[in-house]
Design a binder for this molecule. Structure first.
Ligand SMILES: *[C@@H]1O[C@H](CO)[C@@H](O)[C@H](O)[C@H]1NC(C)=O
Ligand SMILES: *[C@@H]1O[C@H](CO)[C@@H](O)[C@H](O)[C@H]1NC(C)=O
Ligand SMILES: *[C@@H]1O[C@H](CO)[C@@H](O)[C@H](O)[C@H]1NC(C)=O
Length: 357
């Protein structure tokens, strides 16, 4: 059997590397609370879908009466229950079967409290009210109204899990997410609210929004007259880029870019910023341009009968068809009517319509 080509193996390896690693088993799997929430959402959807059934849109007394009879009827309950799961969703159907009795209790109640709260939080005890966490639904850090001061996520929020601690949003820190991280300043602080705003990019730490409010400058910036200003790294005594590159200063840093291919050293982009030109090129109105060696006063191709062709950066000398190359000249090979086939040219020359003639 022929082994698969090398390139195919390479591609396979690449694909394997690019594919995301298999997710840990627990991640992505919905929690019991999420499953309950989904069931409630579907039940509420079923309520909405059947709301207008048996109701012609008119407003007759008869319709009012049939509607109110239908509203919490066994028929409607069964219709909703049937719509909760796809027929091939085993897990969903199993859950519905297990909870059918409980849901019916809610259905037959005189008052119908919020289904999620009644079912998931208080009956099954798999969820907690928003802003609370853990087995006993305790208030999150910072209180259940605005957990983590509104600047973070409370661990286990709304579930029977987690520890109620805060994972702060970007810019915030501390147990209650009211303190500002380095690179942020406090732009509002009262008894209930704390807002941290990003410093100017020139500051490592700051007390306000501009580069005049820096406590300490960010790397690549220096303090000049009570403001942090960009360092021009390119103006340094020993430039940071190599001889074949030019330096470009940017805020807080710099970049090194390759010179044009016709340059020997450069101060910027393109053939117009060369310090010097590579051989075969010369400065013409400020730019490095190809020298046409064939049109120079001093002949580039010195042998008799020889043709000269210019190329980028150079030129080639070729004997015309019917001529043979010798040390000193191109010599005609056609003698007395006898035609000797010409030798193939000693140079392969790619004729370019725009650059010859
Ligand atoms: C605190 O600031 C917030 C945001 O501006 C405001 O809505 C709230 O009323 C303020 N609270 C107090 C006690 O001043
Ligand atoms: C560079 O920094 C200055 C001063 O902080 C700012 O005004 C300017 O917009 C910045 N330029 C860029 C391209 O970010
Ligand atoms: C011909 O020469 C022109 C000008 O130097 C160049 O822009 C073009 O790419 C060349 N064409 C070919 C096929 O080499």
């Amino acid at each position: 059997m022929r082994p698969p080509p090398r390139s195919a193996i390479g591609l396979l390896l690449l694909l394997l590397l690019l594919l995301p690693p298999p997710a840990p088993v627990a991640a992505g799997k919905p929690t019991t609370c999420q499953k309950c929430q989904t069931l409630v959402d579907k039940f509420n959807q079923g309520m909405a879908n059947t709301a207008k059934k048996n109701f012609g849109g008119g407003n007759t007394a008869w319709e009012e009466k049939t509607l109110s009879k239908y509203e919490f009827s066994e028929i409607r309950f069964l219709e909703i229950m049937e719509s909760l799961c796809d027929s091939n969703d085993f897990e969903c159907n199993q859950m519905v079967e297990q909870q059918e009795e409980q849901l019916e209790v809610w259905w037959l109640k005189k008052e119908h409290p919020d289904l999620f709260s009644w079912f998931c939080v208080h009956t099954l005890k798999v969820c907690c009210p928003p802003g609370t966490y853990g087995p006993d639904c305790r208030a999150c850090q910072g209180g259940s109204k605005r957990p983590c001061s509104g600047n973070g996520h409370c661990s286990g929020d709304g579930s029977r899990q987690g520890d109620g601690s805060c994972q702060c949003h970007a810019g915030y820190k501390g147990q209650l997410c009211v303190d500002c991280m380095d690179g942020y300043f406090s732009s509002l602080r009262n008894e209930t609210h704390s807002i941290c705003t990003a410093c100017d990019e020139s500051c490592k730490t700051c007390s306000g929004p501009t580069n005049r409010h820096c406590d300490e400058c960010e790397m690549g910036w220096v303090l000049v007259k009570d403001a942090c200003v960009d360092v021009d790294e390119c103006a340094a005594e020993t430039p940071p880029c190599s001889d074949t590159q030019y330096c470009e200063n940017v805020n807080g840093s710099y970049t090194c870019e390759e010179c044009d291919s016709t340059c020997v050293g450069c101060t910027g982009e393109g053939p117009a910023n060369c310090k010097e030109c590579i051989s075969g090129y010369t400065k013409e109105s400020g730019q490095c341009a190809d020298i046409d060696e064939c049109s120079l006063a001093e002949k580039a191709c010195r042998r008799k009968n020889e043709n000269c062709y210019n190329t980028p950066g150079s030129f080639v000398c070729v004997c015309p068809d019917g001529f043979e190359e010798t040390e000193e000249a191109c010599v005609q090979t056609v003698e007395g009517g006898e035609c000797i086939p010409p030798r193939p040219p000693s140079f392969v020359y790619f004729h370019n319509a725009t650059s010859s003639h």
